[in-house]
Ligand binder design. Structure first.
Ligand code: COA
Length: 269
């Protein structure tokens, strides 16, 4: 608290907001996934980090406080049996699964005419099929969650506008938006809320490095954002915290845009 004002990086909600909740976070070892995990832990949740890189996951779980609050479950989201197994380990370790965050993603810049069918398939497999696999494997546990289950998937507004140079990721993320809206209705009676977050360019992430910095387009991309700056990982984690919390109890089927006004500036200029 500074001068009676809440600073941007202070906890947004009471420290026990997520106490008793278990969150399964894909791509949880780095970047946005790790920041979301870290904020969830600060609010009392226990987290299960899933991705392909066991070493990074172990290091992240240790940094988050060790096996009482965070465990590593290596799994490739493209592989349904691996996902199922990771979900079962999570439930066995912590006793429930209340929140699923579909954050794992693959992306690279490649004009569509030069994109190989396997390149297309790989990104759609990680982003869209991976999200389906996690939702499907988690469903039976989410519906038993005592306070109601929660699914949050990370997408992008480029899914709606189209994304020259990243057709694979745009199509896959559009598929996730559609899947989320379907599941919000199908699984609403099970008290499972299903929402998406659409971040804009977020500083210090693999996505910004690959798509903008490596291509010397960071300044151009900053100018495309209404607020004129990249967001922070914390900005996105705050949105995830809100959607996972009881403060969003009546919010489902929603897409929360956290992009500094990029998509509006894009369509109005
Ligand atoms: N440009 C064009 N094609 C590319 C490419 C690029 N930069 N990177 C990968 N591909 C193609 C490969 O050539 C291959 O197709 P091919 O068999 O026809 O040659 C296909 O994509 C699969 O590549 P591979 O490296 O075998 O896949 P992988 O499963 O090891 O890796 C990726 C998946 C490609 C998505 C990889 O970039 C990754 O692991 N990314 C995770 C992190 C990430 O993308 N973060 C950003 C999120 S915004």
């Amino acid at each position: 608290m500074m001068n009676g004002k809440l600073a941007h990086d202070e906890p947004m909600l009471p420290a026990d907001t997520l106490r008793g909740q278990v969150a399964f976070i894909t791509g949880g070892g780095t970047g946005l996934g790790l920041e979301i995990a870290s904020q969830f832990v600060k609010l009392g949740a226990r987290v299960v980090l899933a991705s392909r890189n066991a070493e990074r996951l172990e290091a992240a779980a240790k940094d988050l406080g060790g096996s009482d609050v965070a465990i590593a479950c290596p799994a490739d989201v493209r592989n349904y049996p691996e996902v199922r197994n990771a979900v079962e380990i999570a439930v066995k370790r912590f006793g429930s699964l209340d929140i699923l965050v579909n954050n794992a993603a693959g992306n690279f810049f490649c004009p569509t005419a030069e994109l190989s069918p396997n390149g297309w398939r790989t990104v759609v497999d990680i982003d869209l099929n991976g999200t389906f696999h996690c939702c499907h494997a988690a469903y039976e546990f989410l519906k038993r969650s005592k306070d109601g289950g929660n699914i949050i998937s990370i997408i992008t507004m480029n899914a709606l506008s189209g994304w020259p140079g990243a057709a694979h990721a745009a199509a896959a993320k559009a598929g996730i938006l559609s899947l989320s809206r379907t599941l919000a209705v199908e699984w609403g009676p099970d008290n499972i809320r299903v929402n998406t977050i659409s971040p804009g360019p977020i500083a210090d992430t693999e996505g910004v490095r690959r798509l903008y910095e490596e291509r010397a387009r960071a300044d151009l991309e900053r100018r495309r954002v209404a607020l004129g700056r990249f967001g922070s990982k914390r900005d996105v984690a705050n949105a995830a915290v809100y959607l996972a919390s009881p403060f969003a109890n009546y919010v489902t089927g929603e897409n929360l845009v956290v992009d500094g006004g990029r998509w509006l500036k894009f369509v109005t200029q």
